[in-house]
Design a binder for this molecule. Sequence first.
Ligand code: 6R9
Length: 566
Amino acid sequence: MNLHDARRRRRLSWEQAKRDLGYRDGDPLNLGRLCADRHVDEGRGERVALIHEDHEGQVRRYTFRDLMELSNGWARFLSDQASVCQLDRVCLFLDRTPELYAAFLGILKTGAIAEPLFPVFGEDALTARMLDSGAAAVITSRRHLGKLRRTRSRLPDLRTVVVVDAEPGGQGLRQGEMAFRMEDHRDARFSAAATHAESPSVLHYTSGTTGAPKGALHVHGSVFAQYLTSKVVLDIRDDDVYWCTADPGWVTGTSYGIIGPWSLGATQVVLDGGFSSERWYGTIERHRVSVWYTAPTAIRMLMKDGLDPVRRRDLSSLRHACSVGEPLNPEAVRWGREAFGLWFHDTFWQTETGAIVVTNLPGMPVKPGSMGRPFPAVEAAIVEPGTGVPIAEAGRVGLLAIRPPWPSLMRAYWNNTAAYYGKFLNGWYVSGDRASVDDDGYFWFCGRDDDVINTAGHLVGPFEVESALLEHPAVAESAAIGKPDPVSLEVVKAFVALRPGFEASEELELDIMNFVRKRLSPLAMPQEIAFVDRLPKTGSGKILRRMLRARELGQSAGDLSTMDGG
Ligand code: 6R9
């Protein structure tokens, strides 16, 4: 970064985002309009918004005018025919199809709240999230309809299931299910709900140590943070082709896979389908991707396949690369240099922060292994657990904390005020991650301060896994921990005590694994199950997950006495 840039960036504030977007305090603000219609109004309607590649490799392009018309169609259908009202929660339970992207904007245009869900979720994971939010409608495809049908009796608030690829005439659909073919419902005009910066927009569920997953509620004004960070951190410019590899079921796939890039009017690539290094490199080459936002596990998977597949491709379009979701190990940064001639710029944030808060800015010297420094409009510190007092001393580990407010900070945990206020201490939002800061102001991640498992960048709550395990007829007691893994950072490992009459065996282990995979998701499925006679517990009966983890890491019981909360 040259001196001029350094000065400019130090002065950054959220006000600049508002100015760029032509927003004045008190104006109406609707994310659906801002990400689509605004570009048509300002003469950018013919620019390509979405380059979509489906799982068979078929490519379709959508302009901002297409996005506007398709999201209008969604908004009209949802409000007129599916009786969706403002502030209703509308779930998206879809693969990464164009419908998912247009419907997301359409939901926001009606003033309802979009609740993206991972398409890999099983019945229990779905029910927990849709029951808690009281979702009124869900948009899905035939492929996922069966799972939804099995949850319906447990979801009294769910009125409508919209199926995007139903047979003509809605044949085979049941009561409460509606067919909607997006392409048949383009609409040039829809007058979006008069939402404003503080109106609720997106509800994203995230896992914690205890209890069911919590829904972080965001507002339309979050865009000021997503816009500015997409511009300054991801460095997306007018002529870029941007690719965010995340699914919108994960907050990265909405904040930076929809809102950020489209608030800028950028062209983005969406790839529907699983990972393979061939496919990923092919995507970059075919679509001339220039800015790439991905995650450490994916980088490590690419590393495993070596440099040959890289050398066979022309990846010269790549200009900037960023990473999020888990610690980015120095080897991955070094490999990125060798493979692509680029530094992977690590970025840190959470579902709750809504946008990047600590990061390596383009041009800033990268210290491999560090997450970088606070985004210039953000104040971050390391604070003392318990008191929230900032720690001045370089290198001392505490909790990473951010000074509220900022535009994309969650405004609530749905139905859980106590947990929400529990995140604030001494005037700081406390992330729940342990970190330290060095003399140059760079932040270094040390680990989470709770028992949440981070597998391939996805947070899995041990409580959710343990509850699913307990539903298996053979399981009497259960505990789930993160076991270190060279590729996925951690994988779920379960400890299980069996009910009388059941014997540990390989078949039973597989059966229990599959049981969890079906009920929750492949990510939450234990990769390993240890059968034990009983589980270590505190006096009050809480499972000592930390003791299990310490044993797993081969630490002695002596180490345990120094473990906080152990
Ligand atoms: C965006 C997202 C948040 C948790 C967070 C931390 C971990 C995220 C990281 C990172 C080390 C980074 N995390 N970025 N750890 N280095 N650059 O990931 O949201 O799914 O809510 O996860 O992920 O533990 O607290 P979310």
